[in-house]
Design a protein around this ligand. Structure first.
Ligand code: FAD
Length: 532
């Protein structure tokens, strides 16, 4: 009986949509909604106009990396060209179009009136800010409106919230397992293939000294026109670009090429060197498909299915640890972060559990610091708008957390600098995973380390100005004294955490003079943060 009503409801709803489509309809496509496979585009509708806009509202809410702004505009324009080729009606407003106002709402009001639009539709935005803005816009609209799914993610907005209902900590691993089961990925019935869910322990190796990783596959495109348009509009940006040699994919075809390169050349060592860092290579065995996925040129399900199919055919070269690690990043971490975002916004954006309030040092914008790991991770980010996960988490993030930088400042930095930075995935990684500003929703303990971890996983420390082994003295690595200062100053909030007990036991056992010396060193460095 309930099935009967469900079918009836779907029929009625599609009837409503069909009636509306007969009206002159404007369909908004946001810059991160470039889903070539969306059901909107299956049929050519005579009365439907698609709208894409380059917006000052979006270029200006934070200072973005120049490569990020270019990448978005290039991908949006390519998408609009694709729709036009498929004979859809498209309006594409460039930044320099005279009528293009600053905000999305002003433009929509203008276009709805000008084109005598009778019905407005949009896809569920991934950002809370835009979701609120468009909801409010539709409430005030005199014509009918409708919102549809973006048909990208593998879980619904509130699936994770419901999954963890009543829990304080959201354990990623349990959500990941539920996604594996839901999509029957690498499963044997209800059990994981080979009986093991997680191969993390087999991964995470340091890059051997003489190991030369695969040369990264990059596009070499001329994006001078788009770049010039952004310069002419005086958009405030950060970072570097070579506009005649642009490396990022701009359409689905290029995104698929990048994925193909990753599967054939990088997947065999992806997991093994996933956490490795080196000043000599910038992309190692990482996929660099986060931009393509975050703007929806690739779907997460097609990516993991392609990866699993490739692994199945090449099991002699690709171990299960590699493929499982990759699948976990996408159907685990990525879906999980999105779920946390919708479960906890808007409060998440203001969380600051450790009350950190220091200003981000200038070298986060220039790379000019004597700390080799920070210098290289920042410089690479300025040059490529990219750093891999461990550079973000265990170098820049770790340093900022130890030094007590304000999460607001950091959010702005991470949101601006990376090619893939969109709030739903940036803020959950930054405030949650990296800064423990959520008090332990995402991670059960703060991700902090002394020089020891950085040295274990990288080639940075050997050639650093600072000495990785020293905690005090002129050349002592700042991470070392900061590490103990962090635990000492947050004793009231962290000591009872069972996962941190060991650190406090070590600290308590240390000679008082030694502890005082370390704290004094940290305080000296903290006072002169800009000079490190
Ligand atoms: P690979 O290493 O090849 O991994 C494959 C894919 O897994 C990625 O493309 C990504 O989609 C997914 N993935 C892996 N880890 C995560 C994660 N923790 N959260 C979500 N997805 C993940 N990722 C973004 O997409 N946008 C951001 O703005 C962003 N900000 C971050 C900020 C901080 C402080 C940290 C610690 C991490 C952040 N990440 C962010 C997660 C991660 O660093 C990037 O997804 C990854 O580095 C992208 O490079 P890649 O495509 O080569 O990834």
């Amino acid at each position: 009986m309930s099935n009967y009503f469900a079918t009836l409801r779907v029929t009625l709803l599609s009837g409503v949509t069909a009636i509306n489509i007969m009206k002159k309809t404007l369909r908004l496509i946001l810059g991160d909604q470039l889903n070539y496979q969306h059901s909107w585009f299956e049929k050519k509708e005579k009365n439907v106009i698609y709208l894409l806009m380059e917006l000052r509202q979006e270029t200006d809410y934070v200072a973005h990396h120049i490569q990020k702004v270019v990448a978005f505009f290039e991908a949006m324009e390519a998408f609009s060209k694709h729709l036009k080729q498929k004979k859809h009606q498209v309006i594409y407003w460039k930044l320099d179009k005279k009528e293009n106002r600053k905000s999305i709402v002003e433009n929509l009001n203008f276009l709805i009136e000008k084109n005598k639009i009778e019905h407005f539709e949009y896809q569920l935005p991934d950002e809370y800010r835009l979701d609120e803005q468009l909801k409010e816009f539709c409430q005030n609209l005199e014509i009918n409106s409708n919102v549809v799914d973006s048909e990208h993610f593998m879980s619904t907005r509130f699936e994770l919230r419901d999954f963890f209902e009543g829990k304080k900590t959201y354990l990623m691993e349990s959500f990941y397992r539920s996604m594996r089961r839901k999509y029957d990925l690498m499963m044997e019935g209800d059990k994981p293939l080979t009986g093991k869910w997680n191969y993390d322990k087999e991964n995470r190796k340091k890059l051997p000294k003489d190991h030369v990783p695969i040369e990264p596959f990059v596009f070499e495109k001329d994006v001078s026109k788009t770049h010039q348009r952004i310069l002419d509009a005086e958009v405030k940006t950060i970072g570097n670009i070579i506009p005649t040699n642009f490396i990022w994919p701009s359409n689905r075809e290029e995104s698929l090429q990048l994925l193909d390169f990753f599967l054939k050349k990088c997947l065999p060592l992806f997991g093994t060197y996933q956490d490795a860092m080196t000043p000599h290579y910038w992309s190692l065995y990482h996929s660099r498909i986060s931009f393509s996925m975050n703007v929806k040129m690739l779907s997460p399900l097609e990516v993991v299915k392609a990866a699993i199919a490739h692994w199945e055919k090449n099991q002699a070269e690709i171990s299960i640890a590699q493929i499982e690690g990759f699948v976990r990043q996408i159907i685990g971490w990525r879906e999980y972060m999105r779920g946390v975002y919708w479960a906890k916004m808007p409060d998440f954006a203001n969380m600051n559990y450790l009350n950190h309030d220091k200003k981000l040092p200038d070298y986060f914008w220039t790379g000019k610091t004597k700390m080799h790991c920070v210098r290289h991770s920042v410089q690479q980010s300025l040059d490529y708008a990219y750093a891999h996960h461990i550079q973000r988490l265990m170098v820049t993030g770790n340093f900022a957390l130890l030094a007590g930088i304000s999460p607001d400042e950091l959010d702005e930095w991470y949101l601006g600098i990376y090619i893939d930075a969109i709030e739903w995935v940036e803020i959950t990684n930054t405030r949650g995973m990296s800064q423990f500003a959520d008090g332990g929703i995402v991670g059960t303990k703060p991700y902090v380390s002394s020089a020891n971890y950085v040295d274990k996983m990288s080639h940075y420390c050997k050639t650093c100005f600072y000495n990785k082994k020293e905690k005090t003295g002129e050349r002592a690595c700042p991470f070392n004294s900061f590490y103990w200062h962090f635990y000492d100053r947050h004793r009231d909030k962290l000591e009872k955490n069972s996962r941190i007990g060991m650190a406090y036991r070590l600290w308590n056992k240390m000679d008082k003079d030694k502890r005082d010396g370390i704290l004094e060193q940290a305080n000296k460095y903290l006072k002169n943060l800009e000079d490190l």
